[in-house]
Design a protein around this ligand. Structure first.
Ligand code: SF4
Ligand code: SF4
Length: 200
């Protein structure tokens, strides 16, 4: 025979017991975070917005191999690779990522894409404010994801450091742009090449 549940308090005491919980909570330390007025520091290895990295002379590390896109479980990455030429070079090797997009309406910030990248071109930053009310704005383009220029860098496209090859870049032998490096004419760069103004 099933045991009768024990009556611990008379039924009329239940609302009073509820107030007791409220009363105890009044003296506990508040956990309210004053976001966005006060930003909380994220963990150093936080998975935030992605970044496409550059070599120390400004050339891009992405080789347009699409491994990140294939590794993505949410199908959030779109890559189109293209060939470098001596007149228009974006990365030290044969290929570069001409089009690169990440759809943050799909991305779950799992980090599998950065694990798959063979050149460490793709990493994640600590930036987490990615919300937007428009789907179109949640598709980040290569222009938005590409790392900014640091000291010693020249924006792409530009020539490879004289006397070096692709392997030298990965060995860390190139530490800045060669003196006198000039940006080349960008014909195919960007997400919409048809909108680029091509100089005659
Ligand atoms: S973090 Fe995860 S979901 Fe987001 S693009 Fe990379 S692999 Fe895809
Ligand atoms: S980010 Fe890395 S994995 Fe993705 S296309 Fe570029 S080089 Fe390949």
């Amino acid at each position: 025979m099933a045991e009768e549940p024990k009556e611990t308090k008379p039924g009329f005491m239940n609302p009073v017991a509820g107030f007791g919980v409220t009363f105890k909570a009044m003296f506990k330390k508040r956990l309210t975070e004053q976001y966005p007025e006060q930003q909380k520091t994220t963990a150093p290895r936080f998975h935030g917005r992605h970044q496409l990295n550059r070599h120390p002379d400004g050339l891009e590390k992405c080789v347009g191999c699409e491994l990140c896109a294939w590794a993505c479980p949410a199908d959030a990455i779109y890559v189109e690779g293209a060939d470098n030429t001596e007149e228009e070079r974006y990365s030290p090797g044969e290929r570069y990522g001409r089009v690169y997009q990440i759809n943050y309406a799909r991305c779950i910030l799992c980090g599998l894409c950065i694990e798959a990248c063979p050149t460490r071109a793709l990493t994640m930053t600590n930036e987490f404010e990615l919300a937007d009310s428009s789907r179109a704005n949640l598709i980040y383009t290569k222009e938005q994801l590409l790392a900014g220029l640091e000291d010693g860098m020249v924006d792409t496209p530009h020539a490879i450091y004289p006397g070096t090859d692709e392997q030298d870049y990965y060995r860390g032998l190139v530490t800045e742009a060669a003196p006198g490096t000039e940006p080349q004419v960008a014909v195919s760069k960007g997400e919409k090449p048809e909108e680029q103004e091509v100089e005659a």
